[in-house]
Design a protein around this ligand. Sequence first.
Ligand code: SF4
Length: 234
Amino acid sequence: MSDPMEFTDYLQNPGFDVPDDLRGQLTITTLDRIYNWGRRSSVWPLMFGLACCGIEMICTAASRYDLARFGMEIMRPSPRQSDLMIVSGTVTKKMIPQIVRLYNQMPEPKYVMAMGACASGGGPFKEGYNVVSGVDKFVPVDVYVPGCPPTPQALLNGLIKLQEKIDRQSIRRTRWYSPGAAEPIPIPILGPDLLDPRDFPKLKANLTAQTQPEEAAVAVAEAQAGEEDPGPDA
Ligand code: SF4
């Protein structure tokens, strides 16, 4: 439809009857597109920064780069009013329980961006005694922004990628309208080291194997026997 007149004709005659008094005032679109357009144009980030990357995030919100162009300038101090968690900085083991708690408190639909090398994979502190090797070990990350630190332009590019991701979502398949979807993530426990409650069954099995090897061997043998025996209904 390279001819502008042809395009105008298409708008006026979209393939079904439009009453004369509505011609030129009616726009046809899909529910997905209008739903995603509303969400992608008002993504409110949660306001917190963890380290040096946080300074770049603050610059991005200032006048020179102007997040308001994307409808994202309203950084909220409460997770309950936020759509996007920008994890900007080094994620320490001491901080990750708070990050997971904040993530759980955000309402759906919610998104996570790992800003910088530290949040994405530990960065220069990877495998340090006090640092988590990537926030995605605990919360689902939607967009990674590389750099140490990423520039404001890189963060803006990541935000545009998030908008593109939102554009591709469909209201029929979103997890927040699926039954039983919004299970909170178990909050890690900081003791002598960080413990993830999701690893407890594995940790318990390892502990049993070390402290009670005979009982562990019996349990393994029983489990193997159960797998081999197909049962009376087979
Ligand atoms: S990625 Fe670099 S700039 Fe960002 S928090 Fe880590 S060390 Fe600082």
